[in-house]
Design a protein around this ligand. Structure first.
Ligand code: HEM
Ligand SMILES: *[C@@H]1O[C@H](CO)[C@@H](O)[C@H](O)[C@H]1NC(C)=O
Ligand SMILES: *[C@@H]1O[C@H](CO)[C@@H](O)[C@H](O)[C@H]1NC(C)=O
Length: 593
């Protein structure tokens, strides 16, 4: 700051001594509001230069390409302003497209809110990008001052106007009889909140459930009634913003009533917004909040404010004496205070609550219900039913040879039933993420791709089995081979898919616990497989040896087999117990996130 002032003074002297130079380095801070070059000449009347933009509409966070072109010029000064109040200061910030010939200037308090030349080199074209801020007015107009040479310049050449579509009508209907203090005093919180009154004198939402807002790695929200208003405290670890919203359903959007505390580095902006769709929140120009205060310390954003329980209907704010789902989210903030989508799944309470009472001290889940069901059902299918079904078919064909179940051998009935259950579970839970997302989620990495292959193989298996050739047919071998290959591939891919799915943000099972447990399951399963395989091999050897010795006592062969069967049944029983233990562990974890 100081050095730029020194440069400025230096340039002022330079100007006085050399009238032909002006501000060849483009650091024209004086021009911030008037956009007038201090050249001591009158501006020209009919502009020859034009600004073009690549959009007609914008929303907060958008990048708009701004191009200036026309006859050769030396200097320029570009800003974006509120089209309805062109005298107001510059709006939004710029990013450079041409680092060599252009530079960013800070006008007023808005960083990088103007662009200018870096030297008086001749140019006839220049591009820059404008980044729409969070609180942008509805209409933005670009304005540029162009200096052809020292004495020939045009001031505030009007450029195109761009619009912010569907700004909520609420801001315009906002009636005047709604008395909100015009100056909202914002103060600094001297000490962190505490959770000592939770569930007792205030309604709290905590994540994790034992969160103490003094600790910097947990989220805390509390509501405390005070006559006709509520004192709301919110705290959470974030560099960007923390926010909560009240909703009639478990989905974001539909006009949810949101409250955001946005860190601007050295201060916190406390705002209200509506979550209309699943996209950018629509900020309210009028603030329904009173007694706002904040604190930024140790990576923690804390803010507190007061809100009246009932606000006029036109404000669109929900009355606080009804039942709502409560969301708690956090995320990053970009240039111009633009907030980014939460980087972890927001917390959603597991039911609707009235924050006025009964006073509760609750947690919530960061994982959407549908995704939880997806994970849980897939676990049932690909940890339990598929594994037992395959083991039965591979090792237990001969164990109950004379008992039929509904006219078929037991092993076959069990195998077929378990496999059909697996396919049904997979199909049912396969659709859930799509229902939840309303489409394909590109951010879910390889999990969905592997998942689709598993689904396809899972559907292919029963189809192929239904059209299998009879046992004696020569093509039966091909079927056996295909059935085994497709099934084994599906199971291996399913394990990979599960490994990838467990750590997706929408179902963040505790890490690395989940990975180790899954490795444990794989070891348990492969161990059992190997054990049964070796046992089968030994049994065949034993029977062969008995036959070889020509002892030919059928009795001993059968007794060897019978022993083998007892062993296998014991292994199966133990395996199933272990398998179900793993399944229960995973499902418990899914239900707890
Ligand atoms: C092996 C069986 C599985 C298959 C075939 C499968 C398949 C899929 C598919 C196709 C998607 C769609 C992604 C999208 O919306 O674009 C998906 C999403 C998801 N799956 Fe699985 N999945 C399986 C197992 C699991 C398991 C065991 C878990 C976790 C414990 C899991 C967690 C998830 C999560 C969290 C998503 C949502 C990603 C998001 O939209 O944020 N999946 N899965
Ligand atoms: C306009 O240009 C910016 C910057 O190159 C780009 O990010 C944006 O997508 C463009 N918009 C349209 C509608 O082409
Ligand atoms: C918790 O905060 C309240 C004021 O909000 C204060 O009166 C109380 O003493 C605090 N309790 C603890 C244990 O710090």
């Amino acid at each position: 700051m100081k050095s730029s002032r020194v440069t400025l003074i230096a340039w002022l002297f330079a100007c006085l001594s050399d009238q032909s130079v002006g501000y060849p380095d483009g650091k024209v801070y004086e021009a911030c509001s008037t956009m007038m070059p201090l050249h001591g000449h009158l501006p020209q009347k009919f502009p020859k230069h034009t600004i073009k933009v690549n959009v007609t509409e914008f929303k907060p966070g958008d990048r708009v390409k701004v191009s200036l072109s026309g006859p050769t010029f030396e200097g320029f000064f570009l800003q974006a302003r509120n089209a309805d109040h062109l005298e107001d200061p510059a709006v939004g910030s710029f990013a450079l497209a041409d680092q060599r010939r252009s530079q960013l200037l800070t006008c007023g308090h808005v960083k990088n809110s103007a662009v200018s030349h870096t030297s008086k080199s001749k140019k006839n074209h220049l591009d820059a990008y404008w980044i729409a801020p969070r609180d942008a007015p509805k209409k933005i107009q670009f304005l540029v001052t162009v200096v052809q040479k020292y004495s020939i310049f045009w001031v505030k050449i009007p450029g195109p106007t761009i619009f912010q579509p569907n700004t909520p009508p609420l801001t315009t209907i906002m009636s005047t009889n709604w008395n909100i203090p015009t100056s909202l005093p914002v103060s600094y919180l001297s000490q962190p909140f505490n959770s000592s009154d939770c569930g007792d004198r205030k309604f709290c939402v905590r994540n994790p459930t034992n969160c103490d807002p003094k600790a910097n790695n947990c989220f805390f929200l509390s509501f405390k009634q005070d006559y006709d208003s509520l004192l709301i405290e919110m705290s959470g670890p974030s560099e960007g913003y923390i926010a909560f919203a009240l909703s009639h359903d478990q989905w974001m959007g539909g006009g949810d009533d949101a409250y955001l505390c946005i860190s601007e580095g050295h201060r916190v902006d406390i705002s209200t917004a509506f979550l209309i769709g699943r996209s950018y929140p629509e900020f309210d120009s009028k603030n329904a909040l009173e007694k706002m205060s904040w604190r930024l310390a140790d990576g923690l954003i804390q803010c507190s404010f007061r809100r009246r329980i009932h606000l006029p209907v036109v404000t669109g704010r929900f009355n606080l004496d009804a039942n709502y789902y409560i969301f708690l989210a956090d995320g990053e903030v970009g240039e111009g205070g633009v907030i980014y989508k939460h980087h972890q799944q927001p917390l959603i309470t597991n039911g609707k609550y009235n924050v006025l009472g009964p006073l509760k001290d609750i947690g919530g889940s960061r994982s959407p219900f549908l995704i939880k069901i997806h994970g849980a059902l897939m676990f049932v299918g690909w940890i339990t039913t598929v594994s037992i079904g395959v083991i039965i078919a591979r090792f237990f064909k001969s164990v109950w040879p004379n008992t039929l179940l509904f006219g078929e051998e037991i092993w076959f009935q069990v195998h077929r039933t378990l496999m059909i259950i697996t396919v049904l579970l997979t199909s049912a839970s396969f659709v859930l993420p799509f229902v939840y997302r309303g489409g394909w989620n590109k951010q879910a990495g390889f999990h969905p791709y592997f998942g689709c292959v598993v689904m396809a193989l899972a559907l292919f298996q029963p189809l192929m089995a239904a059209f299998r050739p009879p046992p004696q047919a020569p093509r039966r071998q091909i079927f056996n081979w295909l059935h085994w290959t497709a099934g084994t591939t599906a199971r291996i891919l399913a394990v990979v898919t599960m490994f990838l799915g467990m750590d997706l943000p929408a179902l963040n099972l505790p890490d690395p616990w989940d990975t180790y447990t899954m490795i444990g399951f794989v070891a348990w399963h492969v161990g059992t497989d190997v054990l049964l395989e070796i046992h089968g091999y030994c049994l065949i050897r034993k029977v062969e040896v008995l036959e070889d010795d020509r002892i030919q006592i059928l009795q001993s062969i059968t007794s060897a087999e019978a022993q083998g069967h007892t062993f296998k049944k014991a292994v199966l029983l133990i395996y199933i117990c272990g398998n179900i233990a793993f399944l229960v562990t995973f499902i418990t974890a899914v239900m707890q996130v």
